[in-house]
Every structure is written in structure tokens, then in C-alpha cells.
Design a binder for this molecule. Sequence first.
Ligand code: NOJ
Length: 769
Amino acid sequence: MKSVRAITCTAITGAALTSTPTFSAGNSGHDAKALSDDVVRARANELIARMTPEEKAGQITQYFDFLNEPEEAKRVESEMAAARAGSLLFVHDAKELRRLQQIAVETTRLKIPLLFGYDVIHGLRTIMPVPIAMAASWDPKVAEQGQAVAAREARAVGIHWTFAPNVDIARDPRWGRMIEGAGEDPYLGSVMAAAQVRGFQGAGIGTPGTVVAGPKHFAGYGASIGGRDYDEVNLSDSELWNVYLPPFKAAVEAGAGNIMSAYMGLNGVPATGNRWLLTNVLRETWGFKGFIVTDAGSAHDLKTHEFAASLEDAAVRALGAGVDMEMAPPFGVSAFKTLPQSMAEGRVSVEAVDNAVRRVLEVKIRMGLFEQPYVDLEEAQRVLNDPGHRVVARVAAERAAVLLSNEGSALPLDAKMLKSIAVIGPLADSARDTVGPWVFDQDDSETVTVLSGIKAKVGSGVRVDYSPGVTMPARLHKSIFDSSPHKEIPRVQVDDDAEIRRSVEIARAADVAVVVVGESQLMIGEQASRSSLDLPGRQQELLDAVIATGKPVVVLLMSARPLDLKGSKPAALMNIWYPGTQGGAAVANLLFGEVSPGGKLPFTWPRNIGQIPMPYAHLKTHQPKTAGERYWNEPSTPLYSFGHGLSYSTFSFSNLKIDQVRVIVGEPISVSVDVSNTGSRQADEVAQLYIHQRHGTAARPVRELKGFERVTLAPGQTRTVHFKLTAQDLSYWAASTRSFVQDATVFDVYVGGSSTASLAGNFEVTAQR
Ligand code: NOJ
């Protein structure tokens, strides 16, 4: 039966979005009557009782299906036809998804539908700003709504499950996958993790128009040594519990149906074979009820890690650690193919395999795939082309931008006063880079670049001259995204010397130059770590030459890691991230002041690469102030602090109220502050609350974010923002007791617009009244 239900997306309060889009779920999903756990389990058990060992092993194996690799596609299809595949990934074409599902449902013995997974990281057809940008909005509603749109498009074409959100904390910007997460902070990371799970899954697994969320990569992946992707991770228990695990816990509490294990070894034990992580922490301590998938080939990797003795051993140990499904290595041998033999020889129990099979079948049952395995192809097209989705993408990009500096209020530009603009830089008109990495089904012709956004905004009354400035260099080493099925897009090649000269000319002839520089989308993401924070290629030279003209220069950085601009002083600097399908339209609205930037940095921006890692939440140690600095050659402060971001207006914080001077351990405490717009434009400010514990069982960071709220204020308007600090907010994992503790101690509270907020108060926590 065709089920149509309206999904009312949470309202975005952005000034530019006048009406909240309401989306119909179409027929992309089963109208799940909340099936009871018992019913679901009984149905799964019935099937399990009829399955052969090979079918069971297949049910918990997921294969890559690369359509443009005919040999590999043939191999995968024959596994499917023999009921030896439970899930496929990387298919995103609605027709193809339907064809493959038909094979599973109409030709196999037990007619078990396939579960289709995909990396829907920040959109399928409508591309949202990259996840770190969503975090920079400090607006969980934006993140939730963006992922709700992504889910709706994915589910419409027949995708059931996304390998997202990435909730890895990232404190080393050399690590390319910083782009996929929410940055360095566990509190912001937790809020964004939960918001994205809600966005993807809606009211829960089986809700029409939603997909299963798979937070990843469990756990610690962001702390790879040297920022080198996949490299080993050595984390103290304290860092794990206090910094790296909280976003996963938040995602589990939000109801995530899946978790992906990580590639790397955690303190010597590969995450995918780590029973402590997958079973003791995730299932037993947190009560996770969903299924666990490996990262691609990471069961197989247990052997690569020199942890497992053989492929058989790898499969047995992954399953034994708590893994339910193997994402097989692309083009490689699946470790779980060895399970039937291991069952026969008693190396793994039938019960252990059945438990994993059950968890996978239960998801399929809950999603209604047995009742409604197919989607309507026409409906899919309608959903993919929904103009409401593009509005969500534009508003998200507007809210994500972070204005880092704005000397002499160079921004916003006044379109009425301008006669000409020079738009310069290799990223100014690159549709592919504008949408960022982890995007496979976007429509490049529809993507609004910065150049096209500006042109559309100013119309014919203002001359717009454009130069790419320099060639964006190629990477030294290729990545997975250079190879099949994601062929590299040829880059615009220019004569750099001639083009820099031309850029200078057009800047001289213009009233203002807008320079768009940064990293190409291939330079950030998986397998995109980097040992430098400089602008790649000759972009710095281009920038210096344009600034030297003396014209006002606005620099827009397309980047997802802090870059080192070598002290360049443009009139204004704004980080626009990889802003997505509507990026250029959003940027134009920001440049011309239709909306004011209100995003804030989700990470610390160092002065140079030598300072990293430099989290704001560090501990106070010997001589914190004497000589003031940790480096003799430069200040130990960052260039821009965590939480920093300017606006076209100004704000003041006052009237900090802490409802009690003293609470006892376990009690919550309320804090409020007045935020006033002291400027002359409507704009947003993010009220941020930080705490600092003065003494206790363990030393605690100088500041820790524990609350925030983004507010929109008219000129002269004041709003009181309320925060609640719970006992959990005041607790932490202490190495000396190897447990969570809440100390009787004194807390400082800081509230303001960044992590350097100066408005302060304090309260005491006592053991008893
Ligand atoms: C490997 C990546 O680490 C993971 O994040 C991704 O979901 C899978 N490949 C599938 O593409």
C-alpha cells in the first residue's frame, strides 16, 4: 500500500528562510507500525531456522557493487543470486537498485531483501555543506534538517542505510577526515551527532523517507598518529572516555541503528577485533541494540595488522569482538566467507553467527523491506528534484560560514555603491569543489559556484571580471577517489604567471576583489591527510599579488581544515567550507549582507602547523603564565580560538546569573545570561557556556564547552539564554579511580561568544548540605 506521510522538518530560524519546508515522504519506505521486539525477533528466528551456513555467512556480508567494473559487478551479482550477500554498497541509481533487489526478492530461495548502504555523508543529489561546516553553524536544527533531506533523497532511490554521521573527534588538522566530523570538541560533537541521527532516522527505524544511521568509526580514528589516515592510535583511557567516546554515546542514545568499527588499532588492538570496545563498552555499558558493521575490509585487515593469524582467524575474532556484518574489501576476498568452514570445525559457534544474522534481519524487518522492497522510480525523481531541498542547502551554507576577520567592516559589500568586482581564484568557479568530497550523485550543472552566485546577485549593473588566478595543483599521491568508480575531474590548467598578472589587472580595475582559495575537494577527506597547512600550489603568491594592489580584498576560504595564510591581511576573511549545491547563492547573500555570518569555529585555528595539536580544552600545567609562552619564537595562543566567528553586528553579554552559589553532588544548576545585539543589523550570535573545575580527583581542562545556543537578534534586542548544567556535565572519567566521578569542588563558569569569553561566575559543589 502506498503510504504518504508528511515529515515536518524542524524549523530553521534563519532570517533568509521564510517558510519551513514540509516534505512528503512519498512511497519511499514502509509505514512501519511499531513492531514489537518479540514479533521482529520471532520473524527473524523463523528465517534463521531455514538458512544454510553459507546463507547465514552471506547475510552478514556486504559487497561493494561497482557498476563500471563489469567483472566485479558479475562476481557480486552471482553471490547475490546464490543468496550469499545480505547487503550491497555503492549503488545509488534507483533503477539499478530496483533491478538488484528484484534478484534478491524474486529469485532467491528465502526471498530475503537486500539492505542497500551508501555513503550519504552530506547529501545525495542536493548537497549540503560538508559536515564540519554543519557543525560550524552551531545549529543542531540545521544539521538535523540537512540530514533529513539527505535521508529522504536516499530512501527515495532505494538506499536504506547511510554510513554517517562520522562522529570522530579531530584535533589534528593534518588528518583529512576532519572534514567529515564536528571538529575538536566532545560536547559540540555530541550535540551534532545526535542531531544527525535524528535527521537520518526521523522518528525511528522504519519511518517513511528515512534511512538507518551508522555513526562511525568506532572509536578513536581521529587521533591517528601524525594525522596520517589509518595510522595507529594511542589514546589514554581518560581521553577516550572524556573526549573521543562521548559523541558515539550521544549517537547511540539518539537511537542509531548501526555503528561502523574503525580501521586502526586502538592502543595496539585493532578496533574491528576489539571486544572491549564493541561489546563491553558499546553493547554492555551503553546498551546499543543495533548492528555493527566493519569498515571496508577491516575484518580482513585484522590479518594485515598482524593481529589475526589467518583470514579464518580474522573472521572469527571480528565476530567474537562483536561485529555483525563485514563490509567486504572492494575487489577483495571477504573474511566472512570462511565462517561456514569455521562453524563446521567448531572455531565459531552457530549461536554467535545466528546472533549477527538476527540483528541484520531485524533491521530489514523493521524497515518494512519484506513488505515493500521496491521504490517508485517516478517518485524518486520527484524527490531528487524537490526545490525545497535546495532551500535547506542554501540556508545551511549561510549559517555555516565563519567570518574570521573583517578589518574596518569591509563586509558586507554594498551592491549599490559597486561598479565592478574582480572574482579571482581556482576555486571561484569550480562546481565540483564547491560541493566537497564524499559526493557521487550531484548535479554539477545545478551547483551554484561563488562566481555564478555573485553574478546572479549583482545582475547586469555591476561588472564582474573573473580569473582562476593559478592552477590548482594535482596531489602527489592518488587517493581512492581518483580511481574507479570516481574518476578525477580534469582541472583547469592555466599559465600561472600570465594568470597572476591578469588577476592583478582585474583587481586594480575593480572596486573590490573577492579571492576564493583553499584546497580542492580531493585534498581533504579519506586518504587526504597533509603534512602542511599552506595554500597548495601558487595560491599564496596569487593572494599576495592581489593584496599588494591596495584594493579591498575579501578572501573566501574553501577549506575544512585551518590553513596558514602566512600573515596575509585581506580586508576580510571568511571560511565558506565546501558549501554545497547552493554554496554560491549562500555566499552571495553573505557578501552583500542579506544575511549576516553567524557560524563559529568548531576547532582551534593555529598560527602555523608547528602548533598542532592545540585543543582549547587543555590542562593547566607548570608555569602557565610565567614568560607567558610555551614557544620562545611565537605566542602560544592560536590565530583564532575555538568558537570564534564574527558577525556584521556586535553583541554584548551581561547579567550572568547562576541560580545557586552551592549545590550538592548530583544536583543540576541553572545559568542564564543576557545577549544583546548592540549593532545596527539583525544578526545571529552563539551564546557559549564553558566550565572549569578548580580542583578534584583529576586535573580538568582550563575550559570545557557545556552548553550553547544560537540566537537571532534584531538591532537593540536582548534575549536571556538559559543553560542547565547537569551532574553528568560536571562529571568526568578519572584515571586515578578508573571510573566516572563528580567532585565536590568549585567551578568557574564563562559565557560569551567564543572560548575566550570573559564574563565569569562560579559555584560550589559540596558532598552534602
Ligand atoms: C571506508 C571509509 O573509512 C568509510 O568511512 C566508508 O563508509 C567506507 N569506506 C565505505 O565507503
